[in-house]
Design a protein around this ligand. Sequence first.
Ligand code: ATR
Length: 276
Amino acid sequence: MKRACVIGWPIEHSRSPMIHGYWLDKYAIKGSYDKVAVRPEDLESFLSSLADHGFVGCNVTVPHKEQAFQLAGHREPSSLAVGAANTIWLEDGKTCAANTDTYGFMTHLEASAPDWNTGTKPVAILGAGGAARAICYGFIQAGVTDIVVLNRTASRAGELADDLGQNVRAGNWEERTSAPQWASVIVNTTTLGMKGEGDLKVDFTNADPACVVADIVYVPLETRLLSGARQNGLRTVDGLGMLLHQAVPGFEKWFGVRPQVTDELRGLILADLGQS
Ligand code: ATR
């Protein structure tokens, strides 16, 4: 029986066991996926003895993502771009690290708004944390040459732009209010709007009808940003799809089956979040 897990400190709120548990059942795989609370000071010994603990790999959540990346014996380009890992597996005796947030976000964007890439206007990213890095990297890979990062703390936006190269530039946080007029895609990666708290103050008056608006916040499923976009006729991309799709590559690495993100799985998680 293959065993995988998600590690964090604390770990109670992770939805990963529900996602991977659904797939283990669906594909009738003899395996398990558990939550394991690992203290920061124990991370190194835990990762170096994954196999001894009986695990084929794990997901990594807060606060271990950067340290897990540092400790890995092999780092996939996705984790190098972000400087953090959320998925670990063992290969040839090495601990391998990837960041699947890029895959998760871009896959859901493609599915929700296939013609998002107009190629004419910039992509606007709100926020400059790890999620913003992963998503910028996704747009770079998709061939976008003008990505503008807007962050409350301007220096972090500048650092992100410096790290990710010539296709990414830092803008002014205030520019977010008019983004629906000048951006082809707007992605909120900040925590503003989570649980209905805070407002990004994006103004949808005179929005370009082709603009696509995405939020990585998924509680509530329709954030104030997405609701404003929808009410003004824009296409929206919710945050739950990223959560579900980012789990796919890890499951495939550990259990050897590429799982499907189904409506049934989405419904299960929505019900658990009290959003259905
Ligand atoms: P993650 O790595 O998960 O993306 P993070 O590094 O904690 O998360 O980043 C959170 C993002 O939300 C940051 O861009 C943060 O802005 P700062 O860099 O200025 O802190 C943004 N954020 C959080 N609370 C905010 C608020 N009240 N107003 C504007 N931005 C906020």
